[in-house]
Ligand binder design. Sequence first.
Ligand code: SF4
Length: 378
Amino acid sequence: MRYSYENLRFASGKVFLYGVFAAPLDLSGLDVLNTSREHVDVADKDSKQFERRLHAALRELNSTVTGKPTTYIHANSGIPLVGSNEFGIMDRGSSMVELRPLSGCNVGCTFCSVDDDRRLRDFVVEKEYLVAELARLLPLKKCQQLEVIVNPQGEAGYYAPLVELVADIAKLSEVVCVTLYTTGVGITPARMDALMAAGLGKISFSLHALEKDARVASPIYDPQNTMALARRAAKSIKVVLAPVMVQGVNEDAVQQVCRFGRQIGAMVLVQNFVSHKLGKKPAPQRSWEDFFALLASWKQQGILDDPVLEPLPIAASLPKPLRKGDIVDAEIMVAGRLPHEWIAVAKGRSISVMHAKAGPARIRIIRDKDNFYYGEVA
Ligand code: SF4
C-alpha cells in the first residue's frame, strides 16, 4: 500500500506537516517496501499498523520554528474553527473576517501583545478545512464585499500553503479583498509574486524600523527584507506599513518608516504600543492623548499623511449559539496555548476554559463577545 499526502513529507524517521511541524514516525517492525520524502510503501499486512502510527505521530507534532508541541486542527479533529481567538476564523460582526491558520512566532518583537514566551503550545489548521469552513460561513455574513485578513497569532510566512490559501479565499464570491498581515519573515520575493498572482489584494507589513534593532525585535526580523517586499508589492497591490511605536524606543525609526511609505506609495498606519495583560512590556504605554498629539505634529511637519480610510460595508454577524451565563454540556478536547488552558467544544464553537481536564464537562460561558467564548467548569 502506498501512502502519499499533499501536506506530509517523510524524512529522517520523522513525518513533517507543512514543512515546519514534525514528529518522530516509528516504522520499526513494519514491512516497509520503499520510502521517499513524498511517500511510504508498506506491505498490505502492515497497512493498518502504519496508519495507526501515522495518526499517533500527528498528535505529537512539534513546531520547528518555536520548538513547542503543536495541535493539528483538521476536518476530522472535531474542533470548530469559530470560538477561539488562537486559531481559525474570527468574526467581530464587520465586513472584515480574520483567519488564523497557525500560531507561533520567533520574530521576538519586544512589544508583542501575544508574548510567545508565555504560550506553551501552537496550533496549525488544515488549509482545506479552513477554506471549507470559510466558504460555509461567509454567506451568513450577508455581504458581498467582505475583506478576509490572514492575521495569525504569529507569523503567517511560516504557513507553508499560504499562497494556496490566498488563492482559495480569493475565489469565494463574497470576498472582494484578501489581505495579509506579516513581518515579511518567511516571504521571499518569489513567494511575494506568487501571493499577488494568487489574488492577494492588500498586504500590511509590520515595519517598525528601517534597520535591525534589538530594542525592536530579534535578528530574525530584517527590515531591509520587509522594505524590499513592500517596494515590490506596492507596484501592484495596496500596501500598508503598520509600525508599532514604543515610547522612548523607536520614534525616530517610525518617522523614517513614514518617509519610506511615502516614497513607495504605501499607506502608513502608526500604532501606539498598547500594554496588554499577557503581552510584553518594553516601556510604559504612551497615553492616547500624547500619541494623537504626536501624530498631529508629524502631520503638521509633513512627515505623516492622513490615512485614506474607506467606509466599511454593512455585514451581519455570524450566529452566536452560546451566550454568557449559559451552562452547556461540552467536550474538553485539547490543551490551549496558555498554561492550564483547554479548548472545549459545544454547539459548534470552540471555548477557552482554564483549569480543566480532557473529557466531557459542564461548562458555564463567562464571555461571549465577538463570537469568542470563554468558559469555566460549572
Ligand atoms: S511578529 Fe507578531 S506574533 Fe511575532 S513577535 Fe512580532 S508581534 Fe508577536
